[in-house]
Design a protein around this ligand. Structure first.
Ligand code: AMP
Length: 303
């Protein structure tokens, strides 16, 4: 596994990975070697590794980036104390058979005098974009840079960051990127807590309190399965559960359109329930998709 620090080296590595003979299968065009990219901020866990495995399944070569991107953190956020453990991360990635890890430093990604950023418009100001001004501008900018450097055929992201997925889909469409976005399901701890590099901040009793996020989403999902379609009533069922953990402070709990991130009042077809909350000083996010059941195979009783 190559460990790469500079943009030039990364470009050369991609060129050489593409030039190697393609393995059979992997859903790619015969003769062309496909590249999968998994962007991360490191402190890797099973959620990240699920993306790596999906990339291995669907691409001939896999590049993982590890970069704690300063432009997506607000001034009072956890950029300085964000967990960094590159050696442990590389050991995990090596075991997964990753071809190259791109771990540039900040000066490499943002050379002095950088003034160009990607602004995705109003969608970038919703949800985490409202709570963390500038967050999605930072995310879109760094992902655009990574796409230009690696030119991946496919890039793999987690449904865990559903708003990020919506923002990046918009960016890819608006800026005509050729990279296909592949979204992978949320990986959870056995107790239901969505895996996150920030879970390491939680004290044992905070971990216990944090389970209320998942419980809340599950209750909303079961109300939906029972036929409730009013966002207001779905949310009040959720708020009732959240009230069991009064120390957990809700940042937002909403039912939104998964593509635009705008609030919906009645769920028609699909909607996303998104939740962000502070547990102690740690901000956690989680979500669940609500989907109308498929009715195509239902056979009427009298048939
Ligand atoms: P991060 O390192 O937190 O920026 O995450 C890198 C990628 O891993 C993003 O696409 C995340 O959505 C994804 N990811 C993080 N946690 C999980 C999880 N629990 N399940 C699935 N994907 C995840």
């Amino acid at each position: 596994m190559q460990r790469i620090k500079t943009v030039d080296e990364m470009r050369a590595a991609v060129q050489s990975l593409r030039g190697q003979p393609a393995a059979a299968g992997n859903g790619k065009i015969h003769g062309a070697r496909s590249i999968g990219l998994v962007p991360t901020m490191g402190a890797l866990h099973e959620g990240h590794l699920s993306l790596v495995r999906a990339a291995k399944d669907r691409c001939d070569a896999v590049v993982v980036s590890i970069f704690v991107n300063p432009t997506q953190f607000g001034p009072r956020e956890d950029y300085d104390r964000y967990p960094r453990n590159v050696d442990a991360d590389c050991a995990l990635l090596e075991r997964e058979g990753v071809d190259a890890v791109f771990m540039p430093d900040v000066m490499e990604m943002y050379p002095p005098g950088t003034t160009t950023y990607v602004d995705v418009g109003p969608i970038g100001e919703r949800l985490d974009g409202a709570s963390r001004p500038g967050h999605f501008r930072g995310v879109a900018t760094v992902v655009a840079k990574l796409f230009h450097i690696v030119e991946p055929d496919r890039a793999f992201f987690g449904q865990k960051d559903a708003a990020q997925v919506a923002v990046l889909r918009r960016m890819v469409r608006d800026l005509h990127f050729r990279t296909e976005l592949v979204v992978c399901p949320i990986v959870r701890e056995d107790d239901g807590l969505a895996m996150s590099s920030r879970n390491g901040y939680l004290l044992p009793d905070e971990h216990e309190q944090a389970l209320v996020l998942h419980k809340t989403l599950r209750v909303i999902q079961s109300r939906f399965a029972e036929g409730e379609r009013s966002a207001e009533r779905l949310l009040s069922a959720g708020l009732f559960v959240m009230a069991y953990e009064p120390t957990v402070r809700i940042d937002y709990l909403k039912v939104v359109n998964p593509k635009t991130l705008e609030d919906v009042s009645e769920v028609e077809g699909r909607a996303l329930v998104v939740l962000a909350a502070f547990v102690g000083g740690t901000r956690l996010i989680d979500n669940v998709l609500l989907e109308e059941p498929f009715l195509v195979n239902v056979i009427p009783a009298q048939a």
